[in-house]
Structures are given as C-alpha cells and as structure tokens.
Design a protein around this ligand. Sequence first.
Ligand code: ZN
Ligand code: ZN
Length: 399
Amino acid sequence: MTRGIGGSNASAQLADLAPWTDRAPAITVEERLARIEKARRLMGENGVDALLVGAGASLRYFAGVPWGASERLVAMLLPRSGKPILVCPRFELGTLEADLAIEADLRLWEEDESPSELVADALRELGVVRLAVDPAMAFLFVDRIRKVAPSADIVDASAIVDGCRMQKSEAELALMRQAKAMTLEVQRRAALILQPGITATEVRRFIDEAHRALGSSGSSFCIVQFGRSTAFPHGLPGESILGEGDVVLIDTGCTIEGYHSDITRTYVFGAANDEQRRIWSLEQEAQQAAFDAVRPGVPCEAVDAAARKVLERGGLGPDYRLPGLPHRTGHGIGLSIHEPAYLVRGDKTPLAPGMCFSNEPMIVVPDRFGIRLEDHFYVTEEGAAWFTNPSPSIDAPFG
Ligand code: ZN
Ligand code: ZN
C-alpha cells in the first residue's frame, strides 16, 4: 500500500485541525498606493490619460474592494493625477466604505440612474482623451460608456493592469505561501481518509471543511477524480466511487486575502502497476524540467518547451497529442486563479522576479488514466523557488 493513503477518516482528521498560526499580514495601504503609482507610470508610458477598472480582481488589487462583477457597474476611474474616482450604487455606500482601502472621490448612482453617465461626466471633467479599460470588464459596460462618451479613445489596459499585477511583492508572496501551505496540508489529510467505496462528493466535502478548519473560507474549487475520469483534465460529470487500484487525482485550492492556492496530487489507491509508475515518473521529471528552465529574461514559452522535451523523450506527444500533455504547462496566479502570463508556446513574456506560476505538465493516457502533479513557483533573481515542495514519489506522495 502507498504510504500516507487511507488508514484514517474524515471526523478524526477534522478534529485534529486547528486554525493556521503562521498567518501572513494583509496588504497595507502604502502598498496599494505604490501599486497606483506604478499604474500611473505605466499609463504615462502607454500614452493613456485614465484607467478604468471594474469590480473583480483588479479592483481588489488597487482599492481593496473584494467584490465580484455583476450587472451593476462598480468601477474605479484612475486619472494620471488626483484622487481615484469610485462609481458605485448608492445603496452599497456603507459596504463600500467598510471595504475601501484607499481614499477616493465617490460618485454614487441610484437604481434608475445611469452609471455610464457618471463615468462620462468624470472623463469630461478630467479632459480624458485616451481611456484604458480593464480587459476583464464586461463588453456591455464598455459599450454603454462608449455611447455616452463618444469622443473618448478606449483602449485595452492589459499592459497597465498586467504590468502591475504580474510581479508580486514580498507581502503577496507571503499570502500565497500561506494559502498553498494550507492546501497541501488539506491534500495530505484528504489522502488519509480514502477507503474503498468513498465517493468523490464525500472527499470534496471533507476538503472544503478542512480548508475552513485551517482558517480560509473553504475550497475556492475542488476536483476529485477516481480511475478513468482522471484521463479528463477537469473530470467527468456524475458521482465516482473509489475502488482498489484506482488512480486518484485531487486538484483544489483556497484563498487568503484573495490570493489563491491551487495544488494537484495524483497517486494510486492500492498498488501501482508498471505503466502508472512509468507515467508518474515522467510527470515528475517534466515538472522538474519546467522548474529548472526558469531564469529571469527567459520567455514563458521556453518553460513549456522544457516540460514537453522530457515527455517527447519518453515517447509521448509531440505537442498536444495524446498520450501526452493536452494543455499548457502552467498559468500565472495571484488574485485570479488563472492570470497572465501563461507557460505556453506563443507567450513570449520574459520571466521576471516576483512572477508566480503553476507547474502542471499533466500526462493523459487516453481513456485510461491521467497523472497531474501541480505545484507553484515564483521567479527569483537566480531561477525558480517552490511555494510547496513537489510530491516525492508515487509510493509516498506526501513524503
Ligand atoms: Zn489546479
Ligand atoms: Zn492550476
């Protein structure tokens, strides 16, 4: 039997969990103001007069407001100088004041008024010619603003938003380190509760409760796959029941102050066969090769190429062909679970210190099983550094 798999149960593992003690501090106001200054510098370099950011990860990044986007416009208009302007429904004022981490000029709208008009008025007051808009903002909002402010030249703000968000500060790295350490602990305990007949739903419920017991708001997502469904990167619909000899793939995460974890572990419940061992070892080698390819200045796509080279040498692929790696090697991570840049052919973004990525060059053996080992790293001056140590072996996946 694989070490660290089975032998316990959910209630025993939950009873043993206490809130995380080594907690990373929240992002300070000073750091948010430095982000705003950086955005302003990038606006200057890109010939932009103002930046418009809608509710979502980027509004949280700059202003601390952790709201998701909805059909009601909530947005920050950041001019090159002067106070940021926040457009928000009036009935949300109390909540906004409680969440807002920076000083801003509030422009409030009633339910029967047009928030686009408020944005247009502000653009006129500020004399904005070129407005850069958060690429995550819904087309509907951008279209309405364009109609009431036809003279504004609206451009994509990716260079400004990504230019700020891609390289993480020490404080951001610390928050992600905490989130990822918590999720790895949850993964380790989830493996202990496995037994023949347990359902994927029971395991997902345990993982959510364990994430809560450690002090997060639960799983931000959770994929639990047994047997054949592991051959599909995001699983198959319907319930699965664990049986002896099944490959188990669990991919889950949580957030701390909005910063994401996202870790996958794959192992065999019972004795692994020769093919499962061979594929697991190739996966481990590909993950390590991707890690070893990281240096500041190297394009993102080179990391993906390094993982694929190992797989091709092992007779897999090439490219996206199966058996092999059907998707990119990894994604950027931060306040969004998937965010630029991406470890994929065609992404030539040069790696730079502070950038954070998943490293998950999954191997799919069609219709049989899949092996994904996913850990995350950040770029340093010297190369890459792991947030969580990779799985050491198929016989002792948690050491
Ligand atoms: Zn994942
Ligand atoms: Zn991922």
